[in-house]
Ligand binder design. Structure first.
Ligand code: PA5
Length: 426
């Protein structure tokens, strides 16, 4: 269970009117009658996912681990951030890729330098490519795949096809046609699951399993969250309470939410969270702007603004109670650095103290404080957390009377690029 706290009174966010609104939203969500309800496939996905599908993912992941030093995952937005978030959170800082198949990403930006250096890096390694695009027509991954496909064909000849896996729509898109024409193995992005809600589908599961992490535990965590947060209990459901408080603060003029962490491994969970909330809520001139900071690093930069800048932001700490590994400050013979007063404190304990100190300081600076805590960083807890965020996001967008599942702004930019590049038909 996620532990949610708020520096103010949650009851003041849960007025009778808002409770009625949330009850209606809950009904619309679970009866699938709200805006964009064609895209609610993620809601009961963890409890309904088919064992045969998971077996296929595990089988393909095992074969990737046997034949590849490197898995290149090509995708952008929701087609890469879920896997990136989970892999960054679970992988050791300095051993990533040494013990297991290394997962690298491409097509999430258009840097020629990045792509050229990636191709040089994988030149003498065994490679498998997983190209992911729900629409099958997004420019950035399509461009990257053009180069990677050529690389794979030059490197493996006819065998290249057996080293390319496509994750896309079941029925349409240029990528689907390429997959069919070349006989690539295919996984489907379900019709009713949008990109940023797709981490528990093949989009996230295949790269995560290929890297050697337990997708069974990840999905067990998501299923636990699905069951735990299903009810509309205003006292007990932190997904609803968090959504209610965010919305309450928004109506009071706090239009920016700053996610703050003390464990840098979570920085891509923050990136995933920003995409989820930014793309789901930021519409029709409404929505909370999601931003992120990594503490204590950013206490020496953005900390100034948070403490003392424009008072339109609130801060949500994402905390991990237990660290997997830790170090204890030891007593030095010479106290030249004047740190002996901290002897016996672990670095995790230091961060807990830093959290208390920072939170109190920012609160006194007029920044409302929220916190979400998980026990530790493992597959189960992450699965639980990501599902929790998706559910809260749906509640939050519906509180703004917005469809959480479309992204007209993103489509505008995509179409504009096509027009500027004279793509036929645009
Ligand atoms: O959440 C979304 O729908 C978007 O962020 C998409 O994931 C992103 O634009 C990539 O689209 P596609 O998977 O169609 O290439």
């Amino acid at each position: 269970m996620i532990n949610f706290t708020f520096s103010g009174s949650v009851d003041s966010a849960l007025t009778d009117e808002r409770k009625n609104q949330l009850t209606q939203i809950h009904e619309n969500l679970y009866n699938k009658t709200g805006k964009g309800s064609d895209f609610l496939g993620w809601l009961d996905w963890p409890s309904t996912v088919q064992p045969e599908f998971l077996e296929r993912i595990e089988k393909t992941a095992a074969s990737i681990r046997v034949k590849a030093d490197v898995l290149v995952v090509i995708g952008i937005g929701g087609s890469y951030l879920g896997a990136k978030a989970v892999l960054s959170a679970l992988s050791p800082y300095f051993e990533q890729g040494k013990k297991q198949t290394e997962v690298l990403f491409a097509g999430h930006q258009v840097s020629g330098e990045y792509l050229k250096q990636l191709l040089a890096y994988i030149e003498d390694k065994e490679v498998v490519v997983n190209v992911i695009s729900k629409s099958g027509k997004t420019t950035e991954p399509a461009l990257a795949f053009r180069f990677l496909k050529k690389f794979m064909e030059a490197r493996y000849g006819e065998d290249a096809a057996s080293r390319i896996i496509v994750t896309t729509d079941e029925e349409k898109g240029a990528l689907l046609n390429l997959a069919k024409d070349n006989g690539y193995e295919r996984f489907v992005v379900p019709d009713d699951v949008g990109g940023r809600y797709s981490v528990f589908t093949a989009v996230g599961l295949l790269p995560i399993a290929a890297a050697g992490f337990s997708i069974e535990r990840l999905l067990a965590g998501a299923k636990d969250a699905e069951e735990t947060y299903k009810g509309v209990d205003f006292e007990k459901n932190p997904a609803i309470r968090y959504a209610a408080v965010r919305h309450h603060l928004y109506t009071e003029g706090f239009t920016n939410e700053v996610s703050a962490i003390f464990e840098p491994k979570l920085s891509f969970v923050q990136e995933w969270w920003k995409q989820l909330f930014g793309e789901s809520e930021g519409k029709e001139g409404k929505g909370i702007f999601p931003a992120s900071v990594v503490f204590t690093t950013d206490l020496h930069s953005m900390g100034q603004y948070i403490q003392d800048g424009k008072r339109n932001l609130f801060e949500t700490f994402l905390l991990v109670k237990e660290a997997d590994e830790d170090m204890t400050v030891f007593e030095a013979d010479e106290d030249g650095d004047e740190l002996n007063y901290m002897a016996g404190i672990t670095l995790q304990e230091f961060n807990h103290v830093a959290y208390r100190g920072t939170s109190e300081a920012h609160l006194s600076g007029g920044v409302p404080q929220l916190s979400l805590s998980i026990e530790k960083l493992d597959e189960f807890q992450l699965g639980h957390l990501l599902y929790f965020y998706m559910l809260t996001c749906a509640y939050s967008a519906y509180l703004l009377d917005i469809n959480p599942f479309d992204q007209p702004g993103v489509e505008d930019y995509k179409n504009n690029i096509f027009k500027l590049l004279n793509k036929p038909g645009y």
